[in-house]
Design a binder for this molecule. Structure first.
Ligand code: SF4
Ligand code: SF4
Length: 105
């Protein structure tokens, strides 16, 4: 389980680096962009994804959790989270979650 950062989309704002509870994200001194230094230690809390306003970070569903390379990224709009899922077979899906009802039963 880990994340992927697209260097073409990262603007180097540093927001993700500030929220990672494991201090796994670092600034590349050459281009100011962020990279994950210890991907094996990422436990997929998704904090960094939610902080990135540039959709540069994707959640990577690897073989360790039964995935085949599917990626997910999230966009926050007011009270909703939109999860964009890109499946390994090329298909795509969007799951929208109402944050105000996320903890209701
Ligand atoms: S929050 Fe996004 S744009 Fe900002 S440094 Fe992290 S990956 Fe780059
Ligand atoms: S998903 Fe969580 S643990 Fe993994 S890099 Fe992002 S903030 Fe850190």
């Amino acid at each position: 389980m880990s994340i992927r950062i697209n260097p073409d989309l990262c603007v180097g704002c540093g927001n993700c680096r500030e929220v990672c509870p494991g201090s796994l994200l670092f600034k590349d001194k050459e281009n100011n962009k962020t990279f994950i230094k210890y991907p094996d230690e990422c436990w997929g809390c998704t904090s960094c994804l939610k902080e990135c306003e540039f959709e540069a970070i994707s959640y990577f569903l690897g073989a360790d959790i039964g995935g085949n390379g599917t990626t997910m990224h999230v966009k926050e709009e007011k009270k909703e989270l939109h999860w964009y899922i890109a499946n390994h077979d090329g298909s795509k899906k969007i799951i929208t979650i109402d944050k105000t009802k996320a903890n209701s039963y």
